[in-house]
Ligand binder design. Structure first.
Ligand code: ADP
Ligand code: MG
Length: 234
């Protein structure tokens, strides 16, 4: 069954066309990887799917669980279970990481202490979210926040960028858990290093170049891209 269908999507930011032509399908059990060079529009595409303010869909459709969500406000999409983990999580001044996780877990019914231990963020709980966090700490905290929301379809933007090998193992464990606890057993993961593929094998891989999805296939695409680069596909 189809979880998410993106059909001929075009999206603008500030009047400039960023997503030029995106079509793909995420089915039950799909670990969907979106690859592409910097600036190709991957983050904007994820934002368009979650209905981020400022990202204007000018044509095409997004269907989620069989419902057309293209014009739906972000809160409603999040309430339906589509949740985004940012490439660069915003700092939350005055909001302690531990308190935030506790509040989210109370709502979703998770064990926040278990999450804190699993993502190895015990030393960060009394600090403002994101303030002075290292790259790895920020990503581990962001994945913990996502886990605390128990999304049905997590959209994870570059979980593996700016983090060291030890953090990658922890982050991959968190991402695996996100997929296992999703009723659709599905996720969309944006990456341009594909280091995460060593831990979490994708079932589908698409490559986005200059705003368009140029190529889709299976795991072999990861090897192809990282042996030959994106240039041959441009
Ligand atoms: P990727 O995630 O593939 O690196 P992005 O979606 O972040 O690409 O960016 C694609 C293009 O959109 C870039 O040229 C970027 O400068 C532009 N862009 C992204 N966000 C904004 C914004 N808020 N305002 C203006 N331009 C933006
Ligand atoms: Mg990006």
């Amino acid at each position: 069954m189809s979880v998410l269908s993106v059909v001929n999507l075009k999206a603008k930011i500030g009047g400039r066309l960023i997503v030029d032509d995106a079509s793909f399908e995420v089915e039950e059990g799909d670990v969907f990887f979106l690859l592409g060079p910097n600036g190709s529009g991957k983050s904007t595409l994820l934002k368009a799917i979650v209905g981020y303010p400022g990202v204007e869909v000018v044509s095409g459709r997004v269907l989620y669980e069989g419902v057309d969500i293209t014009g739906m406000p972000m809160e409603e999409r999040v309430a339906r279970g589509i949740t985004l983990a940012h490439q660069i999580p915003p700092k939350l001044v005055g909001v302690k990481l531990g308190g935030l996780l506790r509040t989210l877990c109370k709502k979703s019914g998770c064990d926040h202490e278990e999450l804190v231990n699993e993502m190895e963020i015990n030393h960060l709980v009394n600090r403002d979210f994101g303030k002075g966090f290292s790259g790895g700490e920020l990503k581990r905290a962001e994945i913990a926040l996502l886990l605390a929301q128990r999304p049905k379809l997590p959209l994870i933007d570059e979980p593996d960028s700016g983090v060291d090998v030890d953090s990658i193992a922890v982050i991959a464990r968190g991402v695996k858990r996100l997929i296992e606890s999703s009723p659709h057993k599905a996720a969309i993961i944006v990456t341009h290093s594909a280091l995460i593929a060593r831990y979490i094998p994708p079932t589908k891989v698409c490559v986005m170049i200059k705003g368009s999805i140029r190529l889709c296939g299976g795991r072999e695409i990861v090897e192809e891209v990282f042996s030959h680069g994106f240039k041959e596909l441009a």
